[in-house]
Design a protein around this ligand. Structure first.
Ligand code: CA
Length: 236
């Protein structure tokens, strides 16, 4: 029998916590619940979960402080549970080292997809294999990193260098959100003006025009309003 991935849920709302607890246990994970920040921090040290699901609005402490604390000694994924309107809070959490976020209300499939993407990403970082030695594949979209080729339904999509850099970077975190500032820094370097993402938006519009049948309703690259972009999860 394989060892189950352990997931710690830090969430003070009983019904949301129970929903996640039941969904995760039903899908082969070993879930543990904490209802306060203090208990959550203690459990992170004692059980060393593979993933922590963290509500930011806890009764005894700010979830952002938990991220800061944990990142002093652990790089294990933290997925933030956030309210829909709090874009600024999401960006802040990601900047502090959270891996991703999930917005309330959410369903089981979305929860499982976020967890899969974070686990896949952290396993890759913990192994010696090169990031994506095999192509990304999803719904007819193929990104071959060794040949630097993007195909949709076997037709090559002609991207500029910059456009390819953006798409391949999103693909290496497929299923996870990538912030505007992370993309800007990756493509245009550490001295890029990450406050002004107009150049990113222009490039993204061009990418969508080339890759999406209907750029207004994208099939592959989703906009996370006020935060960044998310490429559809690799189906490998
Ligand atoms: Ca709460």
């Amino acid at each position: 029998m394989s060892v189950k991935f352990s997931i710690l849920i830090i969430e003070d709302e009983q019904h949301i916590s129970d929903f996640m607890y039941n969904a995760l246990n039903a899908h082969g994970y070993k879930a543990t619940q904490a209802f306060s920040g203090k208990d959550g921090l203690a459990l992170i040290s004692s059980i060393c979960p593979d993933i922590t699901l963290l509500d930011l609005g806890l009764p005894d402490m700010d979830g952002l402080n938990i991220i800061t604390e944990v990142r002093k000694w652990s790089s294990n994924p933290i997925i933030v549970i956030s309210a829909r309107t709090h874009e600024h809070e999401k960006v802040h959490a990601l900047d502090l080292g959270a891996d991703d976020y999930i917005t309330k209300p959410f369903g089981t499939s979305e929860l499982l997809a976020r967890i899969r993407a974070s686990l896949r990403h952290s396993n890759r970082l913990n192994s010696d294999t090169a990031l994506y030695s095999r192509p990304y594949e999803c719904d007819g979209l193929v990104i071959d990193f060794s040949r630097r080729v993007v195909l949709i339904d076997n037709m090559e999509i002609h991207l500029t260098q910059i456009e390819y850099k953006i798409v391949s970077y999103l693909a290496q975190s497929s299923g996870k959100v990538v912030t505007h500032s992370a993309l800007m820094t990756h493509v245009w370097g550490p001295y890029s003006d990450t406050e002004n993402n107009k150049i990113l938006r222009v490039n993204m519009a061009n990418i969508r025009r080339k890759m999406e049948v209907n750029p207004a309703e994208p099939k592959y690259i989703f906009t996370e309003v006020g935060v960044g972009y998310r490429l559809k999860e690799d189906t490998h």
